[in-house]
Ligand binder design. Structure first.
Ligand SMILES: Cc1ncc(COP(=O)(O)O)c(C=O)c1O
Length: 413
């Protein structure tokens, strides 16, 4: 057994099912384990590592800040936070930012802001958040209450009141659910954890109109799809609508914990001093790292790379025997298999072909590589995936070349 796994099993709460590999370093799109095996990372730490592992610019920015000033609390001003807020406002078209620490705490901020705005206008009963079946908004109690996955909620009842879910893609169901007690509609543009299921632009634009007509807020949870992952800075920017509130986290600092809740001026004004706070949110180190991520995406034109590699990856995956559909946008894609063998494919890809991906449904494998992945690496990812699918299905890979040797990793179990 992996010696680190043995130690982990003794001292860490057993909330995760982990793969039997221990990674020790990363560079660009590649990871290396304790035995020196190399893996092509097409998961990016769950859609986090946007500008590649070991990114020099991000490391330098964070290190410089680490030895200058790490923390003073939100009782004082710090410049990196304001620099980052200005950048996010400029890129998003929204007006104001509240910084938090991860996806769940950022969604908590969004929910509290929506309630505050709505209740201050329409009275104490206007607090409900309507979200979608199949959604995922995080594991804190309110974010979990908004998450449309009953299996994840079941063992933690009672959940906070004021949350209801309706079927995704069904405007009539949403229209019926939005009433006098509704504060906001909360959606992802692509349900990432729910299986990489994109919502159509027409549906999202319909939600925008419905929210406007009924005087309720539209919140986009862009925690997974934001910061370039779909080929635009924020996922809604290619979908023909603008939310009132949006949340981002994962990719913002390339792996350091930070989240940002963005809102229009008219909504953000509902928060008054003392309404919401966090000890760590918006600290100088993570903000410097995030600024470096944004610089890196801009200067290396990684949005264009994301779009080009997305087309290439989609076409490649569609050509793999056993893949019946490729869905998603940008570099958040799922290859849907003709059988419920995604878990086997993922383990085989990892242990025999040095490819890191994960299963989002019994028949669907998620790809969320760094936005900096190269054309050659994208072809290589498809070859390795095809080989893993073929091994599980007991056939030969459908793509022309076989898995290349360097980096074809073994797990260290
Ligand atoms: C859309 C979305 N929202 C929220 C979260 C929760 O983020 P975190 O795990 O950083 O709390 C996730 C995590 O996967 C997510 O995909």
């Amino acid at each position: 057994m992996n010696p680190v796994a043995e130690r982990e099993a003794r001292v860490v709460m057993q909330t995760y099912g982990r793969f039997a590999v221990t990674f020790v370093r990363g560079e660009g799109s590649w990871l290396e384990d304790t035995d020196g095996n190399r893996y092509l990372d097409c998961l990016g730490g769950l859609a986090v590592v946007a500008v590649g592992h070991g990114n020099r610019r991000v490391a330098d920015a964070a290190c410089e800040q680490l030895s200058t000033l790490v923390h003073v609390s939100n009782l004082f001003y710090t410049t990196p936070m304001v620099d980052l807020a200005e950048r996010l406002v400029g890129l998003s078209g929204l007006d104001r930012v509240f910084f938090s620490n991860d996806g769940a705490t950022t969604n908590e901020a969004a929910i509290k802001l929506a309630r505050r705005w709505s209740q201050s206008r329409r009275g104490p009963d206007a607090y409900q958040i309507v979200s979608l079946d199949g959604s995922f908004h995080g594991r804190t109690l309110a974010a979990l209450a908004a998450t449309g996955q009953p299996a994840k909620q079941a063992t933690f009842r009672p959940l906070p009141a004021g949350f209801v879910q309706v079927p995704a893609g069904d405007l009539e169901a949403m229209s019926a659910a939005v009433g006098a007690d509704t504060a906001a509609v909360l959606v992802e543009t692509i349900q990432g954890e729910g299986g990489v299921v994109p919502l159509s632009p027409e549906y999202l634009q319909g939600l925008r109109k419905l929210c406007d007509d009924r005087g309720v807020l539209l919140i986009v949870d862009d925690v997974q799809a934001g910061i370039g992952r779909t080929g635009t800075w924020f996922s809604w920017q290619s979908l023909g609508f603008v939310p009132d509130i949006a949340t981002v986290a994962k990719a913002l600092a390339n792996g350091l914990p930070v989240g940002a809740c963005l809102a229009s001026d008219r909504v953000a004004a509902a928060f008054e001093p003392g309404d919401h706070a966090t000890t760590f949110g918006g600290g100088p180190v993570v903000c410097r790292a995030a600024l470096a991520v944004l610089d890196e995406i801009e200067e290396r034109d990684l949005l264009a790379n994301c779009r080009a590699r997305s087309d290439q990856l989609r076409a490649g995956l569609e050509s793999v025997a056993g893949v019946v559909e490729v869905r998603g946008r940008g570099l958040l894609l799922a290859a849907v298999l003709d059988a419920a063998v995604a878990a086997d494919v993922v383990v085989t890809a990892l242990s025999d072909h040095g490819l890191v991906v994960n299963a989002v449904r019994p028949d669907a494998v998620r790809f969320a590589p760094p936005l900096s992945i190269s054309a050659d690496e994208t072809d290589e990812a498809v070859r390795r995936f095809a080989a893993a699918v073929a091994a599980v299905r007991g056939t030969h890979p459908s793509t022309s070349s076989t898995v290349s040797e360097p980096g074809a990793g073994k797990t260290s179990s």
